[in-house]
Structures are given as C-alpha cells and as structure tokens.
Write a protein that binds this ligand. Sequence first.
Ligand code: GTP
Ligand code: MG
Length: 148
Amino acid sequence: TERTYIMIKPDGVQRGLIGKIITRFEERGYKLIALKLVQSTEPHLEKHYADLKGKPFFPGLIKYMASGPVVAMVWQGLDAVKTGRVMLGATNPLASPVGSIRGDYALAVGRNICHGSDSVENAEKEIALWFPEGVVQWASVAEAWIFE
Ligand code: GTP
Ligand code: MG
C-alpha cells in the first residue's frame, strides 16, 4: 500500500504538538513505519525543498526548518499521500478547515507546523532522503479491522 512522508516542523515540536499529530494518523488507521527526532541542517533541507529554490520565502523557510528539531515519520495505508494532505490542511492555515491539523493549530503560512508529501513520487524521494537506513516492515493486527 501507499506511504507518505510526514514531518512535524520545529514550531510543532516547540509547541508540544508531537503527540496530538501522531495520534491523528494512528487513530485514522495509518501504520507508522519510521519515526525519528532529528536536528536537520540547511544543506539537507535545501534538498528536501529543492522545488522551491528561487521563491522569495525560500531562505526564511530553510532557516525556520533548521531552527530546531523536527519529527520525521513515514505513515503507510490506503491513499496515504492525498489523505495525509487533507489531514494536514491547506498550505495557508487560514484556508485550512477546522478539523485539519493546520486548521486547528496554526495561523501563519510560514509557521504551519507540519509537512506532508504532495505526490507518491515525491513521497518516495522524501522517504529515501530522510530515511536512507530504511523503514520498518511490521504486521499490524488492527489492519484486519480497518480494511475489509
Ligand atoms: P509542505 O508540506 O511544507 O511542503 O507545504 P505545502 O506542500 O503545503 O506547501 P509548499 O510545498 O508549496 O511550501 C512549503 C512550505 O513553504 C510551506 O509549508 C510553508 O511553510 C512555506 N511557504 C509556502 N508558501 C509560502 C509563502 O508564501 N510565505 C512563507 N513565508 N512561507 C511559505
Ligand atoms: Mg510541499
């Protein structure tokens, strides 16, 4: 099944939202297959956000993302990429519905607390970038009750 790269950004970590964000993915029925707390670096983040190089907000984005630890995660399950983005909300928290992570916990586009891959192809690239050591394959007993 599909997998996606989800990251809690430094503001999400600093604001104590790690548990709440993980809980949403767990409760929805997604399976956690990789997880680590990391202090990232500017060169690494420039690779992660390579598509945005040249945007006026790019330097600020890289500084923000390197300003403290992030939680890097891989979640697996049905439609993980698209549904993961729906769970995060829109890029601009003010445009995010209440009930989404950004819609419940954030106000500013430059402090939007979480990241989610925007396509299956980018998910695989991001998983390789953040977890070169690989992910953990395990059988979830809950799966029999989440899928028919
Ligand atoms: P990510 O999940 O973080 O990749 O967000 P996204 O896919 O919803 O948006 P995008 O990839 O276009 O932008 C990446 C990140 O750059 C956003 O999450 C914001 O934190 C930041 N960003 C995007 N647009 C703006 C902007 O106009 N101003 C500022 N300050 N930050 C922006
Ligand atoms: Mg993006």
